[in-house]
Design a protein around this ligand. Structure first.
Ligand code: GUN
Length: 292
């Protein structure tokens, strides 16, 4: 078993991003600029957004955080997005999900200008991604591709089983792994909440990508000997053992699955750290006008 070490790879890639950000500053006199919008007080979202902002600083980007109470109306939020869309000093916009129930995540996602959609969630970017055209890739799937690339893992011809079909991870991940690209060129199976006998499929996976949001969902008996296992789970549980007051668990029973796998991501220290790299790379690409 070898570890897909998100800490090591993310630090290495962030060093490269910082060099490019410094070059942009030298050439244009400005830094890439990310605007993050956070609605409400969800504990997980607070942590993730704080980390995104901190990492912007680390690589030499500007960042702005707009915070709103969960009572903000949908119309007010859409107006805010509209004003940031029009701001020439902003390269990337993200609205942290989930949103309060009275706000439509679809409407919000579609309001963000595709040219600034560094989360890659806008239907225009998703469509372009599916067509293999230049686009912002959703940050978590992008981070996973970058990780596979950095470790030189070949995916072509392999059977990739994606567990979960969310808009943020499972659905775009399955498209990316099937694309005629490197990484990609896999035969892809998507399993979800209505799939009977997921084990039947997971046991056949050369690459198993798990994004279902259930602690220890994948057990050792569900994994083929020598599989590559990517755990996207971010299950937070209150804990008195940690300074932050919570502990993070993946969707995979790491202790028992790791000995069977050829490569595996830990949680924490795996995919989560790569998501931020995906976001930073998209913001850099936007500042350099590489996509649009
Ligand atoms: N919530 C969980 N993951 C993400 C993400 O990648 N971007 C945003 N905006 N919200 C999320």
């Amino acid at each position: 078993m070898q570890l897909l070490d998100g800490k090591y790879v993310s630090e290495k890639l962030k060093e490269r991003i910082a060099i490019e950000a410094a070059e942009i500053l030298k050439e244009t006199g400005r830094k890439p600029h990310l605007v993050a919008i956070l609605v409400g007080n969800d504990g997980g979202s607070e942590t993730y957004v704080a980390s995104k902002i901190k990492n912007c600083e680390k690589v030499g980007f500007n960042s702005t955080l707009y915070r709103f109470e969960s009572t903000i109306t949908e119309e007010e939020l859409l107006q805010k997005i509209d004003s940031v869309n029009k701001d020439p000093e902003t390269d990337g916009i993200l609205v942290q999900l989930p949103l309060p129930k009275h706000i439509s995540a679809d409407k919000v996602t579609e309001k963000i200008s595709p040219e600034k959609d560094v989360d890659g969630f806008h239907p225009v970017n998703l469509g372009r991604m599916q067509r293999n055209l230049p686009s912002f890739l959703p940050a978590t799937p992008y981070g996973i591709l970058l990780m596979l690339q950095e470790y030189g893992i070949s995916t072509s011809g392999k059977h990739c089983v994606v567990i979960g079909r969310s808009n943020i991870v499972g659905s775009p991940m399955s498209i990316l792994m099937a694309r005629n690209a490197d990484p990609g060129n896999c035969t892809v199976t998507i399993c979800h909440s209505q799939t009977p006998n997921i084990k039947k499929f997971s046991l056949d996976a050369d690459i198993l990508i798990v994004a279902i949001g259930k602690k220890n969902f994948i057990t050792a008996d569900m994994v083929k000997e020598g599989a590559i296992v990517i755990d996207v789970g971010m299950n937070r549980e209150a804990s008195s053992e940690t300074k932050s007051g919570y502990k993070l668990f993946g969707d995979v029973d790491f202790e028992h699955v790791a000995p069977k796998s050829s490569w595996i991501t830990p949680v924490p220290g795996g995919v989560g750290l790569m998501t931020i790299v995906g976001l930073l790379k998209n913001t850099l690409a936007s500042a350099k006008k590489e996509i649009y």
